[in-house]
Design a protein around this ligand. Structure first.
Ligand SMILES: Nc1ncnc2c1ncn2[C@@H]1O[C@H](COP(=O)(O)OP(=O)(O)OP(=O)(O)O)[C@@H](O)[C@H]1O
Ligand SMILES: [Mg+2]
Length: 156
């Protein structure tokens, strides 16, 4: 469904961690260097699990993927560079200025961002949005969209 042409919004129901990983692998087929994926949802909703699926598709062992605890970003070297941000601990809005997001967002890697609400003015113009909702102990609703897809790209 997501393979050839991205429809504006697709929803999946995941009944297990493995299904969430499979769902991520389908999105991975769309991703190319420089893409940004915002992962939005409550604590424990499955964002990091989804990152494991994306990482696996780029030949990074899912065991290497965890939410960065003391840093805001983990770097994984796979077929492409993957920058995995978890901005949960970004408390003070001023702290966001200490990270050079542009260096990662507009380079050759793929940026995956948990808690993108914290980005403030650094929120990119073009991105994939993955939204997670708890629907039960093992059940999650996952919506993937590309809200900025139809906006004209800035001309160079
Ligand atoms: N269908 C499912 N998809 C994903 N995770 C699931 C599912 N069912 C149960 N789980 C469990 O829910 C938890 C999801 O944790 P995960 O770290 O991916 O969440 P998160 O959204 O990254 O949370 P945080 O905001 O704390 O970083 C894991 O313990 C996982 O085993
Ligand atoms: Mg997480």
């Amino acid at each position: 469904m997501l393979k050839k042409k991205l429809i504006p919004k697709v929803s999946f129901i995941s009944n297990s961690e493995d299904e969430t990983i499979l769902c991520a692998q389908r999105l991975a087929g769309q991703l190319k260097a420089g893409d940004i994926v915002l992962l939005q949802g409550d604590l424990g909703a499955g964002k990091t699990t989804f990152v494991k699926g994306l990482a696996r598709a780029f030949k990074v062992s899912p065991q290497k993927v965890n939410s960065p605890t003391f840093v805001l970003m983990n770097y994984y070297k796979g077929k492409l560079a993957i920058y995995h941000f978890d901005l949960y601990r970004l408390g003070d809005p001023k702290e966001v200025d200490t990270v050079d997001f542009d260096e990662y967002f507009y380079g050759e890697g793929i940026s995956l961002i948990e808690w993108p609400e914290r980005l403030g003015e650094y929120k990119p113009k073009q991105y994939y949005l993955v939204e997670f909702q708890h629907k039960g102990e093992q059940k999650r609703k996952i919506c993937i969209s590309c809200p900025s897809k139809h906006q004209p790209k800035s001309s160079h």
